[in-house]
Design a protein around this ligand. Structure first.
Ligand SMILES: Nc1ncnc2c1ncn2[C@@H]1O[C@H](COP(=O)(O)OP(=O)(O)OP(=O)(O)O)[C@@H](O)[C@H]1O
Ligand SMILES: [Mg+2]
Length: 473
């Protein structure tokens, strides 16, 4: 990854540098070539137009015209006649007069074409212009001008070498910087990757040290949050599994113990056997209750919050109390209720039933003989309150913070007697949270407990429907 980053940076920088090396030189050179061509063209045209009146180009006449023209600062001027024979050469010592000119530019001009160009050669800018001389539509000769500019060429060369030197330094710095930046970036990525691998391998406590506020730091912070949640869930899962297996193990051990004693003791009397079998039945009942509760919990956890509908709590309370009536009678507990109308909340009646049933069942189970369990339901502002009071044994202050924990029982032997699994209140809590409410427990001054559930009141279409009905009435 680091290599990829570094190489990409270097390639980008290299491309920029190549561009800055080539572009200014090329555009300056083109500009220079254009101006050279234009100047040579002007001068060639001037000479050609001065020679145009001559019907044929001869050495003496051309020399005379050239003397008048004062174009001697040009490096070389050659004038040929219509057949390409040199009639004038500014380089007098060349001894070319009378010879055929063999320059390709002159050969092209003899065909009637203008030739202009500039190029680098031999450390100088060599520019050439060659144009035909036309007299009354007849080609009478050509004018050839050559110029070599070493000064400008040297300027371009030094410009080029300067830009190159600057680019080389810039490139070296950029490479260094690219290596540093890519290292810094990949260090963070590497630490995130390492953390993901550690957590993936089961080290849930692994966290990334977050520095800075860039996207990678945010990613690291998000990862830490995720790992926190994962760790919490994992701890909960492990605790749940160990608690659940413990809860299942205890009644199973009891059953095994009791059945073993019956099998191994030949002389056991009928009544003892009956008592042992009765105990086995009790343990099996407890086992079945625990598994049923565990199933309920799993169902609750998997239940999505969708499908909540406006539900009148009074109806669900009525049903739950009907089911619990026989238990209250058996325990000699007076079950009474004051239920207001119109306590509608957004709920799932199954969840609501779990809440009501578990709270009222506890109020009966953990009560005294001749005690009372009171259920209250009323609206208060934008809330619906569901309260279960009892005159029972109560819960000690120090146990109150734990009663909604899974498998928590205040007094193992007492709850065990009642066949409790310690899951009822945790089911209540989960269900209440799913319905957007809160649940709390407090000790009553007169003795016994008060469980209070507060739900947000539903004020939607049910009330609107009522108004509609009223309207019809
Ligand atoms: N109204 C109450 N009065 C006194 N103690 C209570 C009351 N409600 C709950 N408790 C105590 O809190 C513990 C947890 O209650 P919870 O309903 O979660 O479990 P449980 O009743 O033991 O078992 P389950 O409800 O799963 O059959 C109980 O074991 C009991 O000791
Ligand atoms: Mg209970």
């Amino acid at each position: 990854m680091q290599l990829k980053y570094a190489v990409s940076y270097i390639v980008i920088i290299l491309a920029c540098l190549i561009f800055t090396n080539i572009y200014p030189i090329v555009s300056y050179r083109d500009m220079l070539f254009d101006s050279k061509c234009a100047s040579l063209k002007n001068q060639a045209s001037l000479i050609a137009s001065s020679l145009t009146p001559l019907s044929s180009l001869r050495s003496e006449e051309v020399a005379k015209v050239m003397d008048l023209l004062d174009v001697m600062e040009l490096e070389r001027i050659i004038v040929t006649d219509g057949e390409g024979k040199i009639v004038y050469d500014s380089l007098a010592e060349s001894g070319n007069i009378g010879k055929y000119a063999l320059f390709p530019e002159i050969l092209r001009a003899l065909e009637g074409k203008d030739v202009f160009y500039s190029r680098f050669s031999g450390g100088a800018i060599s520019s050439r212009a060659c144009i035909p001389v036309i007299n009354e539509g007849k080609l009478t000769g050509t004018v050839y001008i050559a110029e070599n500019d070493a000064e400008q060429a040297a300027l371009i060369s030094s410009l080029r070498s300067n830009i190159f030197k600057i680019s080389a330094v810039a490139f070296a710095m950029a490479v260094l910087l690219a290596l540093v930046i890519s290292r810094v970036m990949t260090v963070k990525l590497r630490s995130i990757l390492g953390a993901i691998r550690s957590v993936g391998a089961g080290k849930y406590g692994h966290r990334i040290k977050v520095r800075g506020r860039d996207e990678l730091s945010q990613l690291a912070a998000e990862f830490n949050n995720l790992a926190d949640r994962l760790q919490k869930t994992e701890e909960m899962r492990q605790r749940f599994v160990s608690d659940a297996s413990h809860e299942l193990k205890t009644p199973l051990a009891g059953i095994m113990l009791l059945s073993d004693s019956i099998v191994q003791n030949d002389k056991m009397d009928r009544d003892t056997i009956r008592e042992f079998v009765y105990d086995i039945g009790k343990e099996a009942e407890r086992l079945s209750r625990v598994t049923q509760r565990l199933l309920e919990l799993t169902r609750l956890e998997n239940k999505k919050q969708v499908g909540l509908v406006p539900t009148d709590i009074k109806k669900v309370v009525g049903e739950a109390m009907k089911i619990l009536g026989p238990l209250a009678e058996e325990k000699d507990v007076l079950l009474e209720s004051t239920l207001d109308d119109g306590c509608v909340i957004l709920a799932d009646s199954d969840l609501l039933h779990q809440i009501i049933f578990n709270l009222v069942e506890n109020a009966i189970k953990y009560n005294n003989k001749g005690g009372r369990a009171t259920v209250l339901l009323y609206k208060k502002e934008k809330e619906v309150r569901f309260i279960v009071d009892d005159t029972g044994v109560g819960i000690p202050e120090e146990s109150l913070p734990h009663i909604f924990d899974r498998f928590y029982r205040v007094d193992e032997s007492r709850s065990g007697e009642q066949g409790g699994s310690g899951l009822g209140l945790s089911i209540v809590k989960d269900a209440v949270l799913k319905l957007g409410g809160t649940v709390s427990a407090s000790r009553r001054k007169q003795g016994g407990m008060r469980f209070e559930v507060v739900f947000p009141l539903y004020e939607g279409s049910v009330q609107a429907g009522r108004r509609g009905e009223d309207g019809r009435e």
